[in-house]
Design a protein around this ligand. Structure first.
Ligand code: BGP
Length: 457
């Protein structure tokens, strides 16, 4: 038996915009997702927008029972900023009642809520003022965070400020996948910086208010592997790591921004506008724990051509297509469980062995009905294999001393996924889009047994 540490958190993650539904109802104001869908529905897979999603707004009580049925002891979701504070200032009482009741339901059923504050869902009222491009967003977020701590602090033990802050930076300001879909490296750096300061000021609010519990941040981590041991390739991997991972991980955990990153941005005239006391705030407001979303590694090589002035991260590193890679063909992501061991070691050796957990890991597969047996259960053995392989590596990391306290899959019930709609399914429960009906998959059974054993057989 490969036993995991006592009190290990086993569970799954989702987010408010991907699971609640009622996106224009019950006092919620639009986020960029609601607005973008209104403006350009053709960008969304099969016209599937953010309005309906999994409908946990209505069904959360039954869904918490489903978590309990598979013995999950923890669950992450987020609060929708636009539901709680529709105009950024006024509290929506209906949202307070909804979230309090939801979080209580989790607690009384022995499922620890891990509550995140921002999961790509920028309020439209703030986007109209410039979103993360403007400093005002930092204060607006700090106010929202404090409001959440005041209203729900008695129910939440683990808070996180952001989910994958690099994603709204790169998808919104470099690669065109999220609103406002611009391609502007300088803006992207400023957006990232304001996000970092919003995170920092939320942590400060949390410390100043002496709320119970702990606070962290959830980052997407794709360990960088160079094509070769050449100086150029290794340098490319180092910069890719600095830009994509250390840019948030270092300030969040160590309270510093890597000097090499600053030098590299300065050389390319990409440094953001900052305020005088920012560095002190960053230094004084580090996190208690880290969540790491791991799906795939990043393979890089030296850039093929370098533009002056620098116009994109590809001027620092190029993507390397490793010929030996194993791939999930539905999502197009490489499957490389070994990286999870490397993540565990990185946190142990470079980040003070801070407590951390795997906050997302999973496999999205299209048309899963193909794998349904005569009883109506999806036989998703590929997902079980995927998770087992990743857990083996995590176990190895824990055995080597990494301070990991949990593993969350993405996701609990099949959910709506941004521009991909419902194409790829990730859940332990299958979702019927017509009826909202949920059905346990084989992986859900497997997960329950894993939790009962607190480990792998
Ligand atoms: C993470 C996000 C999730 C989720 C997941 C799966 O990056 O935090 O919101 O969507 O990836 O990815 P996708 O839905 O794009 O297949």
């Amino acid at each position: 038996m490969k036993k995991f540490p006592k009190h290990f958190l086993w569970g799954a993650a989702t987010s408010a915009p991907q699971s609640e539904g009622h996106s224009s109802l019950n006092g919620k104001s639009p986020s960029t997702w609601d607005k973008w869908y209104e403006l350009a529905p053709e960008k969304f897979q099969k016209d599937q927008g953010p309005e309906h999603t999994t409908n946990m707004y209505e069904l959360y009580k039954e869904d918490v029972k489903r978590m309990k049925d598979i013995h999950m002891n923890s669950f992450r979701t987020s609060i929708a900023w636009t539901r709680l504070l529709p105009d950024g200032k006024t509290i929506n009482q209906e949202a307070v009642e909804f979230y309090r009741s939801y979080f209580e339901e989790l607690r009384v059923n022995g499922v620890k809520p891990i509550i995140n504050l921002f999961h790509f869902d920028m309020p439209w009222w703030l986007m109209e003022k410039g979103g993360w491009e403007v400093r005002e967003s930092v204060d607006a977020f700090a106010f929202y965070a404090k409001t959440c701590f005041d209203l729900f602090g008695d129910l939440v033990e683990y808070w996180t400020t952001f989910n994958e802050p690099m994603v709204h930076v790169e998808c919104g300001y470099l690669y065109g996948y999220h609103y406002p879909a611009v391609n502007d490296f300088k803006k992207a750096v400023q957006v990232g910086y304001h996000t970092l300061m919003a995170h920092t000021m939320a942590v400060k609010m949390f410390r100043n208010g002496n709320y119970p519990g702990e606070i962290g941040i959830i980052l997407n981590v794709s360990p960088c592997y160079p094509r070769s041991e050449s100086v150029e390739d290794r340098q490319a991997a180092e910069i890719a790591d600095l830009l994509n991972t250390k840019s948030f991980l270092d300030p969040a955990v160590l309270g510093t921004i890597p000097k090499k990153l600053i030098d590299c941005l300065a050389e390319s005239q990409l440094l953001p506008v900052t305020a005088k006391t920012d560095l002190i705030e960053i230094e004084q407001n580090t996190v208690d724990f880290i969540g790491m979303n791991y799906y795939q590694p990043r393979r890089v090589k030296a850039p093929e051509r370098v533009n002056h002035p620098t116009s994109s991260p590809e001027d620092f590193y190029a993507h390397y297509d490793w010929p030996n890679k194993k791939i999930n063909p539905y999502r197009g992501w490489e499957i490389y469980p070994e990286a999870l061991y490397d993540v565990a070691m990185m946190i142990k050796n470079e980040y003070k062995n801070i407590p951390w957990y795997v906050s997302e890991n999973g496999m999205g597969v299209a048309d899963e009905e193909r794998f349904m047996d005569e009883t109506g259960m999806i036989q998703d053995d590929y997902r079980i294999e995927f998770m087992e392989e990743h857990l083996e590596q995590l176990y190895k990391g824990i055995e080597a001393g990494s301070n990991c306290f949990g593993y969350h899959s993405w996701t609990f019930i099949d959910c709506w996924s941004w521009l991909n709609g419902y194409k790829n399914r990730y859940g332990f429960y299958q979702l019927d889009l017509e009826t909202d009906q949920r059905r346990l998959k084989k992986s859900g059974h497997w997960f329950k047994e894993l939790i009962d054993h607190n480990g792998l057989k």
